[in-house]
Design a binder for this molecule. Structure first.
Ligand code: NDP
Length: 289
């Protein structure tokens, strides 16, 4: 099966390597040098142009936002054949995913929103969790491709459901992380040793991915690598917030989280890593890690 893989960013670059182990993969990236490097390192083919990707049976995208995905759909759709399948691994907007699915279905092209969780380590190891929205038929068709980089693949509902679950996951992670940072900065102000505190917290019921993984590797070690842009995390939380509004849900905690992240993003800049919001939470207390 021939697959066009579009978007060789922090996640796409290692994911495309896994897909290329089992399939004939053509790669396209906005910055072509990255695609050239991928072709050289992993034996993938370099797309002659973006439009040339339309000739493949499967098109897989992993891009920053649904808006960017839709720009690519605009350019490929007129040249795509009936029966093709579009797998979108972007953490996208469920409303946009439903519209894109309907638009592609009109041209007899399948679509699944299939965002991933597990970060760069999961993408490198091929152990991502994939949450899939779409018809059962398209989910079945996408499955064998998703298995190349995913170890847990779950069909969560119709089109848009994958993006909705992903936005909820990242909103929960964002709120957990902010709360952990606030509690830690409080303990710091009280003069309590953070390593000892974390030893207790991580065997207690307050533990989270933030306390078990992010805080030890960032705050305690003082290393702040760029793994996942804060701007992308902020986008996910805003999607979750607009989903809640559309569902008439009462979500004051989610609204506050969205506001905090947008404020932190304005302060830290769009090249900051998502974990750096913990620096911002410290700064709000005239502290630093
Ligand atoms: P990156 O910023 O590392 O990569 C983005 C990719 O999209 C690059 O290939 C970039 O091309 C391309 N791109 C950006 N803008 C455009 C455009 N206007 N037209 C065409 N291509 C464009 O992002 P990530 O890989 O981190 O994230 C991708 C998606 O995966 C996002 O939706 C994110 O929320 C999600 N995600 C990220 C995780 C992470 O840990 N990083 C974890 C799970 C999901 P170029 O090389 O030219 O800049």
């Amino acid at each position: 099966m021939k697959i066009a893989f579009i978007g060789l960013g922090a996640m796409g670059y290692p994911m495309a390597r896994h897909v290329a182990r089992d399939y004939d993969v053509t790669v396209w990236n906005r910055t072509q040098k990255t695609a050239e490097k991928h072709a050289e390192e992993h034996g993938t083919r370099l797309a002659a142009s973006l439009e040339a990707c339309a000739g493949n049976e499967v098109v897989l995208t992993i891009l920053p936002t649904s808006l960017v995905v839709d720009e690519i759909v605009d350019r490929l759709l007129p040249k795509m054949g009936k029966g093709a399948l579009w797998i979108d691994c972007t953490s996208g907007d469920p409303v946009a995913a439903r519209k894109t699915a309907a638009r592609l279905a009109d041209a007899d092209i399948g679509f699944v929103d299939a965002p991933v969780s597990g970060g760069i380590p999961g993408a490198q190891a091929g152990t991502l969790t994939v949450m899939v929205g779409g018809t059962s038929e398209n989910y079945e068709r996408a499955g064998e491709v998703l298995e190349t980089f995913g170890s847990r693949i779950v069909h969560v509902g119709e089109s848009g459901a994958g993006d909705a679950v992903k936005a909820a996951n990242n909103a929960m992670m964002g709120a957990n992380m902010w709360m952990a940072a606030e509690c830690l900065v409080t303990l710091k102000k009280l003069g309590i040793n953070l390593e000892s505190a974390l030893e207790v917290l991580n065997s207690g019921s307050g533990r989270s991915f933030a306390s078990e993984s992010l805080i030890p590797s960032r705050i305690l070690k003082g290393e702040w690598p760029l793994m996942f842009k804060l701007a992308l995390h902020d986008k996910d939380i805003r999607i979750a917030s607009s989903m809640a509004q559309a569902a008439n849900a009462s979500t004051p905690m989610l609204s506050l989280t969205a506001q905090l992240y947008t404020t932190a993003l304005a302060d830290l800049g769009d090249q900051a890593d998502y974990v750096e919001v913990m620096k911002y939470a410290a700064k709000m207390n005239a502290e630093e890690w």
